[in-house]
Design a protein around this ligand. Structure first.
Ligand code: HMG
Ligand code: MG
Length: 307
């Protein structure tokens, strides 16, 4: 079965990076294996960033090596695609050591957030990205590009659409295969999403765009629906609704994977993801973090006749 919508599970990265408690390596690996077992095909498993900046992602090199070893030994299916974040050449060196076949650069649409998150201006970040892309392409590694704070920034407020369009164009010119447009602190509403995507469509086909919604204000499913209706077919989510960026004040969890799966299945869209198993992972994570996670479907369950 070919899936018509691509889910990119970012729980092991976005989901864990904002938690006070850093999970042990073995638990992070178990989480990834559980997601694979739940039918997820694309998973962002870590970040080759500074452990001083994001201690929760420390050890991503070793973790990636272990996951890829399991895959080469047949314990994880060959068709599962893994990726990791890379901010600079130093991170790309770790990516090469790990053997991963896909990385994601992450830029911002707001100068203040760029400075706070990766300690450089947008222009400087794109100089780094170009170097990362050159290395990646030389080694035949696919590169995805994130654009954070595309709708609003916790420090600068509403973001001008023309700035986002310019950065989307630059990312594709540099050679990323997909751009993920991020609502980092969950401010967007469907009209704003439609307005931006109609302009994005003039510079890039929407089947090369992914949407990355944080659900801070409860608008993420409505935003997915608006994006889907315009032709977007890739969405980033995090199991249980974990997530948030430690350098974006006020950011809360990503759209929960199980909430997206529930809605898309209800729309008749075929997916490999197993809702029961995803809800099981949410409960398992609640034990690890000793608190309730925000996913709605995880909380309410699957009603009779809606399986
Ligand atoms: P910096 O301090 O400016 O780095 O940090 P530097 O180049 O000055 O180097 C300082 C030290 O860090 C050096 O070590 C480097 O080797 C080391 P020393 O010589 O002092 O021993 N270093 C590194 N170590 C490991 N991995 C690296 C690396 N780079 C340098 N890659 C840096 C700049 C980019 C590294 C830092 O700001 C950083 O790691 N930032 C990451 C922040 C982050 O991960 N944020 C969360 C992800 S973004 C997000 O969540 C948004 C998203 O979900 C989309 C959305 O929601 O919209 C993607
Ligand atoms: Mg995010």
């Amino acid at each position: 079965m070919k899936e018509k919508v691509r889910i990119i599970e970012v729980g092991p990265r976005d989901g864990l990076q904002n938690e006070k408690k850093a999970l042990d390596q073995s638990v992070r690996i178990e989480l990834i294996k559980k997601l694979v077992d739940a039918g997820i095909k694309r998973i962002e498993i870590g970040a080759f960033v500074s452990p001083q900046w994001v201690p929760q992602m420390a050890g991503s090199l070793d973790l990636t090596k272990q996951i890829l070893r399991m895959q080469s030994q047949g314990q994880i299916a060959k068709d599962i695609k893994f990726s990791c974040l890379v901010p600079n050449v130093r991170g790309m060196e770790d990516a090469l050591k790990s053997g991963i076949q896909e990385v994601a650069i992450f830029g911002a649409c707001s100068e203040t957030f760029s400075k706070k998150n990766i300690n450089c201006s947008i222009a400087e970040s794109f100089i780094r990205f170009r170097q990362v892309l050159e290395m990646a392409h030389y080694h035949k590694i696919k590169v995805r590009g994130y654009l954070s704070t595309a709708f609003g920034c916790p420090y600068e407020g509403r973001i001008d659409e023309s700035r986002v369009i310019r950065l989307v164009k630059t990312m594709f010119k540099y050679g990323v295969y997909e751009v993920s447009i991020g609502d980092t602190v969950g401010v967007a509403t469907p009209k704003q999403v439609e307005s931006l995507l109609k302009k994005v469509k003039r510079v890039a086909p929407l089947n090369k765009i992914a949407m990355h919604f944080h659900d801070t204000r409860g608008t993420s499913l409505a935003n997915v629906y608006a994006s889907y209706n315009l032709g977007v077919r890739a969405f980033d989510t995090s199991v249980g609704g974990l997530g948030g960026c430690p350098y974006a004040k006020g950011a809360s969890g990503n759209l929960a994977t199980e909430d997206l799966v529930y809605m898309l299945k209800g729309m008749g869209i075929p997916l490999h993801a197993d809702l029961e198993k995803l809800i099981g992972i949410k409960k398992w994570l609640e034990d690890k973090f000793e608190r309730e996670l925000p996913s709605r479907v995880g909380k309410a369950g699957i009603p009779k006749g809606f399986e």
